[in-house]
Design a protein around this ligand. Structure first.
Ligand code: 6PG
Length: 242
């Protein structure tokens, strides 16, 4: 299916529009549970704050299960932890059962945790054919074209036959755990949230076709389900106008 690009004035506009879609998708879903994989980064920060302020009582949170598309291998109280950020801004602000929150244990040994988390996903997220199919995966894109924690120098993680892999941040060397390409490409709905001028060149490369795009991990996200790009004007600045 062709990706749908939605362009808004600024990051606040992206946040507001995406939150509205997310609430609607949760409400419309016929399944008793709705599995969402979250991302880290700055745009989700705005989203989590916005959801806590505006959707505290209007989303049926008990139906939602939260997972992470990637995590930095640090303890859950470390400022680098994606779980910590989400917990402070959203999870602690809403009424959601503890059992619905499936964090990656950043304090554990990375290879062991990667297997444990993959097993937890496989046991709870229903699969469509072979791979677990999240109802919604929220992704960001770095200005090097990485997504989740699949970086351009580790493209092989896109083709891994495991649900999760250990990744290494190319400049800091920080260990991370990330969902692999097969799982990222099996979601029912996938939404990239991308804001800021520093993303404009990569976005242009991704939408200009395989010649330039194929070296960027985000280019290879073509899920079985629907794919949306929620972007602001600054990030969309170099896309060709129709
Ligand atoms: C992380 C991510 C990562 C992020 C991008 C974009 O934990 O770092 O999940 O893939 O989404 O780096 O981040 P920004 O929204 O901050 O640009």
């Amino acid at each position: 299916m062709e990706p749908e690009i939605k362009i808004y004035d600024n990051a606040a506009g992206v946040t507001k529009a995406f939150a509205k879609h997310m609430a609607q998708w949760i409400e419309e879903s016929k399944n008793p549970l709705f599995h969402i994989a979250l991302s880290g980064g700055n745009t989700p920060k705005l989203l989590f704050r916005y959801l806590a302020d505006n959707y505290k009582n209007s989303i049926e949170w008990s139906k939602v299960h939260f997972w992470w598309g990637d995590e930095r291998m640090v303890p859950p109280d470390d400022d680098e932890s994606n779980y910590k950020m989400t917990n402070e801004l959203l999870l602690s602000q809403i009424d959601i059962p503890e059992g619905n929150i499936h964090r990656i244990r950043g304090e554990e040994d990375p290879p062991t945790e990667s297997v444990r988390y993959g097993d937890e996903i496989e046991s709870l997220v229903p699969d469509k054919e072979t791979w677990p199919a999240f109802d919604l995966i929220i992704l960001g894109m770095g200005d090097d074209g990485h997504t989740a924690s699949i970086f351009p120098n580790q493209m092989e993680l896109l083709h891994s036959l495991d649900v999760c892999e250990v990744a290494t941040h190319p400049s800091s060397g920080q260990k991370r755990i990330t969902l692999t390409g097969k799982v990222l490409n099996s979601a029912k709905k996938t939404a990239f949230l991308v804001t800021g001028e520093n993303k404009a060149k990569r976005l242009q490369e991704i939408f200009s076709g395989p010649n330039k795009g194929r070296l960027l991990p985000a280019f290879h996200i073509h899920p079985a389900g629907e794919l949306f790009w929620f972007v602001d004007q600054a990030a969309a600045g170099k896309l060709e106008k129709e």
